[in-house]
Design a protein around this ligand. Sequence first.
Ligand code: OSB
Ligand code: MG
Length: 370
Amino acid sequence: MKFDSLTLTHLRMPLVSAFETSFGRITHRECILITAQSNGLTGYGECVADRDPGYSYETIGTAWHILKDFIAPLLLGQNVEDADDFQRRVDGIRGHNLAKAGVEMAIWDLLGKRAGKSLREMFGGEKSKVDVGVSVGLQSSPEKLVHAVADYVAQGYRRVKIKIKPGRDVVDASSVRVAFPTLLLQVDANSAYTLKTSAALKPLDGLELLLIEQPLYEDDIWDHRKLQTEFKTAICLDESIVTPRHARYAIEMDACRIINIKPARLGGLSQGIAVHDLCRSRGMPVWCGGMLETGVGRASNLALASLPGFTLPGDISASERYYLRDITYERFSLNADSTIDVPSAPGLGVTVDPSALDAYRMAEIVLKPE
Ligand code: OSB
Ligand code: MG
């Protein structure tokens, strides 16, 4: 597959409601849409780096730089066979997984379109619809949080994740648990605790939570092992797992009992599949995380989550939970059984609405072979 051009489009999109985590509050989400042209076909990819280095060290600015100055020159005018070939080419670029993953997604879209197969078919995904939940940000009070959760439950979400941070953990989670005694409920700390301050989380162990996501440092798998021995609730790692090797370390150390797979964090869909395969062979349950993706990234997450090892509901919600107007013509909606359909058209199975790009574009650059 010859790369004729790569277009980077910096988008800034208003969220339906502000999203607050332990690392910050956003009212708009930014991302870089990657458009790859090859032999008359167009492939799309989404780089989920945000404006600020909160979740990841990568930002729109660093991803733009790495994409333009390091990744694009390795691809333009070149024949890239597939995702493995892409990974070999970018192997010399240390880190910057969000940038790499955006391009790999566009490659998969092109490969699927060329073969006339959906990503789900290309991956060997077994499910035509996947179980999903909703991720609810920190609210101004526990009462507001219960209201927000009630609203999502009324919409049909059967699994809810709430964000926590020091001082906003046990009361928040208990309030939701009291209001919804049988709801599938989990919490996400986004690395906001230390081994010392995590003692405050102990009462969570009595709330029948599905899991406690990434309580400690993003670069520390060992201390999560120590914490897991003190909790009967499953610890789940998100930020800590940035390569398939980290997944193996976590499994071998018993650092967690569940892993959140985000292909962006791992550097591409191929790496997400590798972690899925490893976890499946070792009996480690996984689920698909989210990064408030547009319809492009959401299509990609749905295809990945159709693989059989994804046994827990993903952070993949309906389009209307995120954006009044998305950049794809397709909108994803929640089925009555708290599932979302996996796209079946070739590639990602979505089409980008150019007028939406006009509404959200902050900057754009078209890169061509020298
Ligand atoms: O930690 O899972 C996270 C969004 C941005 C950055 C990190 C996270 C999240 C979410 C949102 O929880 C999940 C979604 O896309 O619905
Ligand atoms: Mg998380």
